[in-house]
Design a binder for this molecule. Structure first.
Ligand SMILES: C[S@@+](CC[C@H](N)C(=O)[O-])C[C@H]1O[C@@H](n2cnc3c(N)ncnc32)[C@H](O)[C@@H]1O
Length: 313
């Protein structure tokens, strides 16, 4: 990406643009170097499923930074890792917005719904110890630590990086697309270098680093859904391993008693949104949408159960 020295305008280095209106729409705008160094920013604004996503590139000396910028007080975050069955892309397209200030994902995975409303209180429960540990790490880690994580050289595996388990797993999730567990070696797709923004590399590392500050208030529990500590009214986004298709997870549908899960879903206080796939029969599911999957050319027919009157998005 080319950086052009732009005329200085009054926007302090330490204060990134806060609203969509403050942002340019792709042009360059300069930032006055208020702390003695010149900083040039390239803001850009895009919409993902109608939701403004605002981030900007900034350069300080030879450092290039991608920063997530809150839009009207709401950070527009991208997935911290890709995950099999992740709902980030479809969360704002098909599922209702939260009606409560607390969002609970009792089957967290990559928490695709919570990421869209990351500024709210968020509680995640996840039974898979690896997925849980990655979230715990992400909610505690400093952006500077993420920026220090190494990239993989050709022929290297994650083990060659000699990192603690959590960052190794985080990187491992970025070595292939939408897996249910971290990988050790880059997939053929990653090695081909075709989509650098989809695999572990500078861009992904920068995105994660720029976002960790926005999830520090999230609470993450290594628990099964039925032991989720939330008792009060909340928006419950319940996305278990699918009854028929959810066998790819380390903790998949075989270990779930769906009759018990149905009772538990019905007894939640507040707004309850349950995700499933066509053919599931443990609640009275209604058709939602035919959505793209990560497998080329494959679609999945999604269904929904909610305790709220349905308003079609
Ligand atoms: C369909 S995925 C959730 C995907 C998520 N909505 C997303 O956007 O990535 C289901 C998740 O539930 C986890 N899980 C399976 N059994 C569980 C249980 N009894 N309690 C909590 N989590 C469980 C799996 O490990 C998996 O991460």
């Amino acid at each position: 990406m080319a950086f052009v020295e732009a005329p200085a305008i009054a926007r302090p280095v330490t204060e990134p643009p806060r609203t969509a209106r403050d942002e340019g729409t792709g042009g360059l705008s300069g930032v006055k170097g208020g702390v003695g160094s010149s900083v040039y920013c390239m803001p850009y604004k895009s919409r993902v499923n109608g939701v403004p996503r605002t981030s900007y590139m900034s350069a300080q000396g030879d450092q290039l930074r991608l920063r997530a910028v809150p839009v009207d007080g709401r950070p527009a975050l991208r997935p911290f890792f890709g995950y099999y069955g992740g709902k980030w892309r479809d969360a704002t397209k098909y599922y209702p917005e939260p009606k409560h200030g607390l969002v609970v994902e009792p089957f967290a995975g990559s928490a695709g719904y919570a990421l869209r409303y990351a500024h709210l209180k968020v509680v995640l429960c996840e039974l898979d110890p690896v997925v849980f540990a990655v979230w715990k790490y992400l909610t505690k880690v400093k952006d500077s630590e993420i920026r220090k994580l190494p990239l993989l050289r050709p022929g290297q595996s994650v083990d060659d990086l000699h990192l603690p388990p959590e960052p190794s797993w985080l990187i491992g999730f970025w070595l292939n697309r939408a897996t249910a567990s971290p990988r050790k070696n880059p997939s053929a797709w990653m090695r081909s270098g075709v989509r650098p923004g989809s695999f572990w590399g500078e861009r992904v590392r920068d995105t994660i680093a720029s976002q960790v500050e926005f999830i520090q208030h999230w609470k993450v529990y290594h628990r099964s859904y039925e032991n989720c500590p939330v008792k009060k009214s909340a928006t419950w986004f319940i996305d278990p391993p699918y009854q028929r298709a959810g066998k790819h997870y380390k903790l998949g549908s075989e270990q779930i008693d769906f009759r018990q899960l149905a009772d538990w879903c019905r007894s939640r206080k507040g707004q309850v949104i349950v995700c499933e796939n066509q053919g599931a029969d443990w609640l009275d599911f209604q058709p939602l949408a035919s959505v793209k999957t990560t497998r080329r050319g494959r679609r999945s027919v999604e269904v929904i159960w909610t305790n709220q009157p349905r308003v079609r998005p």
